[in-house]
Design a binder for this molecule. Structure first.
Ligand code: TYD
Length: 140
């Protein structure tokens, strides 16, 4: 069973330049999964939030490409809040973790690199169903 501690902030490769920096994510570095989809959240009103669901299989790397926001992770037993505010850090989210993306700074951009294409059947959108799924996976 996955826990919030299986989710980790990873440092991404940074190429410094006085004229602007580049951050690179490529096969095997630093994420083990192949990226099948990229999407980004933007124009989120300051203080607003998104998310409020879990994924059965999907793995994601979440990056604050611009600005800042908090990701609240929940494994049904424990909650952990991770603040993202650097374009060279990514939060790796494993399957079966309930997440909410909150406290967007104005102009914040949440970039997501995802291990699968969009599949609504992969979502769990009801929190009680999520907790039930977690309990079932430990036979409890
Ligand atoms: P959703 O993942 O539910 O975002 P949030 O939980 O932040 O509100 O996506 C919102 C809508 O966008 C949903 O109706 C489906 C659509 N969508 C796609 O069509 N493809 C995608 O890759 C994503 C992420 C969302």
């Amino acid at each position: 069973m996955t826990t919030v501690h299986d989710c980790a902030v990873v440092e991404l490769q940074r190429i410094h330049n006085p004229k602007g920096n580049i951050t690179v994510v490529e096969k095997g570095r630093p994420i083990a999964f192949d990226v099948k989809r990229v999407y980004y959240l933007y124009d989120v009103p300051g203080g607003e939030g998104r998310g409020g669901h879990a994924h059965r299989q999907l793995r994601q790397l979440v990056v604050a490409a611009m600005g800042a926001f908090d990701v609240v992770l929940d494994d049904g037993r424990e909650r952990r809040t991770v603040s993202l505010n650097r374009a060279y850090q990514g939060l790796l989210i494993v399957p079966m973790i309930w997440r909410e993306v909150v406290n967007f700074s104005s102009g914040g951009v949440c970039l997501v690199l995802a291990s699968t294409v969009y599949d609504e059947a992969d979502y769990i959108r009801e929190y009680p169903a999520f907790v039930q799924g977690k309990l079932a996976s430990v036979g409890g």
